[in-house]
Design a binder for this molecule. Sequence first.
Ligand SMILES: [Zn+2]
Ligand SMILES: [Zn+2]
Length: 271
Amino acid sequence: MELNCGPFTLEGYSRSTIETYLKVNELNICFDIGKCPMSLIHVPQIFISHFHGDHSLGLTYYIAHRNLAKLPPGQIYVPAAAEKAAHDLIRAQAALEQARRQYELIPVEPGMSVPFRRNMTMQMFATDHRVPSVGFQVMETRHKLKPEFMGLGQQEIIELKQKGVEIVSPQHLPRFAYVGDSTIMVFDWHPEIMQSEVLATECTFLTDEHYEEAEKRKHMHIRDIVPYLDHITSPHILLMHFSMRYTRAEIKHWVQHWIPAKHLERIHLLI
Ligand SMILES: [Zn+2]
Ligand SMILES: [Zn+2]
């Protein structure tokens, strides 16, 4: 499914236990890989939040097809605690196919920050789930004219530059946050993600009868998210990873039911 979220065009699918991936076209990256539809083979950078099968099963397929197509090895960012098992899995698949596979796993941990394209870094944050997991936040650095130089003409700016005066200062803008699977704790631990231009968060459970399951399975219930909406400044909030127990119509119904009307226009659904 394709979805416009502010300045970003997203391609993705997300249902709990079935498959989750979210491709950000403008950044040419994908969060999680699901079962790896063919459209993801050409994405050079993949960010895996955790290794539950619905988020990661397509990894060996991605690697095999990039090898077949003679593309450079994709850069696959994975939670450091899962790195060894991920290598073992990839090698086992290669052994079964009697093939040699080129690939690059990059272990990441909460608190790390890695540049991944010009002016963009990915910051990893801790999430609260049943297996090792991380969330990802895209930060963009823009260089802005310092206030004291605003209003100067082009010629004066050029002269200052030639004199070696530092006329710009860097600004770090939170563009996109991807939570992956987590309990609601992630917003207490990392309030900074609530300022991202786009905030993509799981919202697995929707009905009262499933409220306890959210905590038990380390997921979110929409009732947990509602009180945070007043603190989330993101103009675009993408809810995803709904349980298969709900039809598309039911998801729309419960979202309308729980989310206060004043927040509804910021809400996007990946269903
Ligand atoms: Zn999941
Ligand atoms: Zn999971």
